[in-house]
Write a protein that binds this ligand. Structure first.
Ligand SMILES: Nc1ncnc2c1ncn2[C@@H]1O[C@H](COP(=O)(O)OP(=O)(O)O)[C@@H](O)[C@H]1O
Ligand SMILES: [Mg+2]
Length: 287
């Protein structure tokens, strides 16, 4: 069986681990899809130098900064009818925090109350619909960048005024009180294969992202939470994803779904071979 693992750069430690594991079961090629050229002409669409027809399965690793080439690549995968882990549309949904929340909310998945605004004036108006503290987010941030804590109207004004454009999509979100912790659940197929509690590293830092200095520890998720993660993955039509949840005042709320979940660090922190689970899932899909 021929597997194409595709990412927008040289393989990261997570992608390297996936390639190594996959080589035990598949003939594996790696593609840096940001180096791809795509050509259309009347009645024809072509990938220059790539024969997608020769693959049985495509495993994409699409990160937030480079989701646009990822979207085009997944459109091709769809056009060529090659099996994969999500349709192209999911790339747009998952890389826009508001579209994600919209899909989750529609399916009844618990999410924080959030207002999307398109310019600074309306962002400031939206603040009046909440009580401080609040969270402000750009729609396309990652790794904790683009997420701001607004303690009161003065700090809100200064953060909003410092944003680079007057016409920027922003999310005003209720702050979910917690101890600087969030939960990352790793969904593969119809299973949650591992879960990790992440804790922010400094007092005063509310973002628990590992890239923002947080630390991760294995977490035994209750059935209710596993079900929320599986419902979230289904809501955005992704077979592999990381679901981020905050537990606040006894309730779980999903804050985002990540299409490019770290496998290497999460695997180390939780002692689970996530790559193996992914390969088992692909084998099941190709039976
Ligand atoms: N509504 C919220 N209430 C409290 N903390 C939040 C909220 N939203 C995000 N956070 C904290 O900020 C971190 C980053 O937010 P997130 O929306 O996941 O953005 P990113 O894509 O940058 O990871 C989360 O992991 C969590 O620790
Ligand atoms: Mg996150």
């Amino acid at each position: 069986m021929n597997l194409l693992i595709a990412a927008p750069s040289k393989p990261s430690p997570s992608t390297k681990q996936l390639i190594e594991e996959a080589e035990k079961d598949f003939k594996v090629d790696f593609l840096n899809f940001s180096e791809l050229s795509i050509e259309v002409s009347t009645g024809n669409i072509d990938t220059i130098g790539l024969d997608l027809n020769s693959y049985d399965f495509v495993l994409p690793r699409i990160d937030r900064p480079r989701f646009q080439p990822g979207f085009h690549f997944m459109r091709l995968v769809e056009s060529f009818g090659v099996k994969s882990v999500y349709p192209a549309e999911t790339v747009l949904i998952a890389h826009n925090k508001f579209l994600t929340l919209e899909c989750l909310a529609k399916k009844g998945v618990p999410v924080p109350r959030t207002i999307l605004t398109f310019n600074k004036k309306f962002t400031k108006n939206a603040l009046q619909k909440f009580e401080f503290p609040l969270v402000l987010k750009v729609v396309d941030g990652s790794g904790g960048l683009g997420v701001f804590f607004l303690e009161n109207e003065v700090s809100a004004d200064s953060v909003i005024n410092s944003m680079d454009s007057a016409h920027r999509e922003l999310l005003v979100e209720e702050f979910l009180p917690n101890d600087g912790e969030d939960i990352r659940l790793l969904v593969v197929g119809d299973k949650v294969v591992t879960a990790m509690k992440r804790t922010a590293n400094k007092s005063g830092e509310f973002r628990a992202n590992l890239t923002a200095g947080g630390t991760g520890k294995k977490f035994e998720a209750p059935d209710e939470l596993n079900q929320i993660a599986l419902d979230s993955a289904r809501a955005i039509n992704a077979k592999i994803c990381g679901v981020d949840v905050i537990e606040s005042e006894g309730e779980f709320k999903v804050i985002e779904v990540n299409l490019n979940p770290g496998i290497y660090k999460t695997g180390l922190a939780t002692d689970v071979n996530i790559s193996k689970h992914i390969c088992e899932y692909i084998k099941g899909e190709l039976k």
